[in-house]
Design a protein around this ligand. Structure first.
Ligand SMILES: Nc1ncnc2c1ncn2[C@@H]1O[C@H](COP(=O)(O)OP(=O)(O)OP(=O)(O)O)[C@@H](O)[C@H]1O
Ligand SMILES: [Mg+2]
Length: 173
């Protein structure tokens, strides 16, 4: 799908809309996928990851929190979730020590908050999701790179066409 869809923009008018996006995204995810989350503090990255995790079958007995201090959480699920938060990481060489790259393309879905700065190190295939807060509310831009990223975004676009997230949330931003 080299000429597949590259970007998708959505409005996320409520926390519920962000959660629904996470659930719908999870339904499109396959083991090995990489999602890189960008956006300011409080933009909704962890809210999105939590919904993705539940959609992947991470038990509600397991809290899904931003791994700000321990950097990486590995959570069991129907598809396991590797959840990282690189806010405190400055040195790309530390990324190697974290072993994140070893999870990408394997049996888990890898979701990385604040991963955009390390996009190069993480490899070229995946979807970058930027969440933005502005005076008008919240906005989300998904950008696919590489064949697996483009296939994933294609599946999501198709799913949202068939059944929108609801309300105003699917209006182009
Ligand atoms: N449309 C929305 N989508 C997501 N969160 C929303 C929305 N509207 C309000 N919120 C609130 O904004 C906050 C988002 O916090 P969250 O921890 O997900 O941000 P974050 O991007 O992970 O921040 P950090 O970079 O500090 O980890 C939550 O308290 C949530 O309830
Ligand atoms: Mg967070």
């Amino acid at each position: 799908m080299a000429d597949g869809p590259q970007t998708l923009q959505l409005r996320l008018d409520s926390r519920g809309a962000t959660r629904r996006l996470g659930r719908r995204l999870a339904a499109c995810l396959a083991p090995g996928a990489l999602l890189v989350l960008a956006g300011d503090r409080g933009a909704g990255k962890t809210v999105l990851v939590r919904a993705i995790g539940r959609g992947l079958g991470v038990s509600t007995d397991i809290r899904i929190t931003s791994p700000t201090f321990d950097l990486v959480h590995e959570l069991p699920g129907r598809i396991p979730l590797v959840h990282a938060d690189l806010y405190r990481l400055d040195d790309p060489s530390t990324l190697v020590e974290l072993g994140l790259s070893e999870h990408i393309g394997r049996e888990s879905v890898v979701v990385i908050e604040w991963g955009e700065r390390f996009r190069q190190e993480l490899g070229p295939d995946g979807v970058t999701i930027r969440l933005d807060l502005d005076a008008d509310g919240r906005r989300c831009r998904l950008e696919a790179e590489g064949p697996a990223g483009q296939a994933l975004l294609g599946r999501l676009m198709e799913a949202l066409r068939e059944r929108p997230i609801a309300g105003r949330s699917d209006r182009p931003a």
